[in-house]
Ligand binder design. Structure first.
Ligand SMILES: C[S@@+](CC[C@H](N)C(=O)[O-])C[C@H]1O[C@@H](n2cnc3c(N)ncnc32)[C@H](O)[C@@H]1O
Length: 278
């Protein structure tokens, strides 16, 4: 997919992503904590947050680096970055700035960051290797880059099955290996190879089990329809009746995760970090 299409896809999803920011943030919280720890972020650091979205992890990093530190939130969508600026202002954080660009085209001074993070973004980039190469130039030698990606369809049925349904209705094939996609970097060995091919060393990995808990499957459907840019994009060029039928089948599928107390779906992510060698 071309960068212009990816930008359009996420500009469309940005209001939804901001609306559901708190739900997503609490769902991913254990991975966010691990990512910040594995990036070795300490007070006073300058941190680059790639594909920041509406910025909940940007704000966590900003609190960690403190007033003497700084976090630059980068995203391909300017609307996402508006949310980051608003949230930082509301939280009283003066150590956050934003940079609108594709991560692959980062234009920052060499060695100007102590660390970089990227939560649930890298697997969706058109050229993740180009992004990691650009980040390697941006991060000081010895600095860490830590990312969170989804693992595999089998361990993320709540994410994988709806995607399959939407693809079937749209008459589209799933992304072939090497193409951007929600599970493109989650299979064993893939992220390690990507980091190593981009010249990083000392790859560390942690697999974390998460649970998305929401009041109902209907709300989970709303989250997916409004915020998940990659899902919205699959049926964006389908006719209205096809779109309606596709989302109706997704709704039924999500109901299978309903329990006596609400919607509860297991998920699994990989947190991976690597060092820019000296
Ligand atoms: C699934 S959201 C994750 C947002 C945020 N990191 C979070 O965890 O809440 C993916 C984000 O990646 C951004 N994105 C997609 N491709 C990008 C690229 N090539 N460069 C920078 N950002 C990109 C989208 O605009 C979107 O905000």
């Amino acid at each position: 997919m071309r960068q212009a299409d990816i930008r359009k896809q996420w500009e469309g999803a940005a209001p939804g992503w901001a609306k559901w920011e708190t739900t997503v943030a609490s769902w991913i919280e254990p991975a966010t904590t691990a990512m910040l720890a594995m990036a070795n972020i300490v007070p006073g650091n300058r941190v680059l947050d790639l594909a920041s979205g509406a910025g909940s992890q940007t704000l966590s990093a900003a609190r960690k680096v403190g007033a003497q530190g700084h976090v630059v939130a980068n995203d391909i969508s300017e609307t996402m970055l508006q949310h980051v600026r608003e949230s930082a202002r509301t939280a009283g954080l003066n150590n956050v700035s934003t940079l609108a660009s594709a991560a692959e085209d980062l234009d920052v001074d060499s060695g100007s960051f102590d660390a970089a993070i990227c939560r649930l973004g890298l697997m969706l980039f058109a050229e993740p290797a180009n992004a990691l190469a650009a980040v390697r130039r941006a991060v000081k030698p010895g600095g860490k880059v830590a990312v969170v990606v989804f693992t595999t369809p089998v361990t993320n049925a709540f994410m994988a099955n709806p995607m399959q349904i939407l693809l079937r209705y749209a008459g589209k094939a799933p992304p072939s290996p090497g193409q951007p996609g929600i599970f493109s970097l989650g299979a064993p060995g893939v992220i390690e190879r990507l980091f190593t091919d981009c010249g990083y060393v000392g790859v560390e990995q942690r697999t974390l089990a998460l649970r998305l808990r929401m009041p109902s499957a209907a709300q989970a459907l709303e989250l997916m329809r409004e915020a998940f840019g990659a899902y919205r994009a699959v049926v964006s060029d389908a006719t209205e009746p096809v779109r309606v039928a596709a989302w109706a089948e997704v709704a039924k599928m999500l109901e299978t995760f309903e329990t006596a107390t609400g919607f509860e779906a297991p998920a699994e992510v990989l947190v991976a970090a690597a060092t820019n060698p000296a």
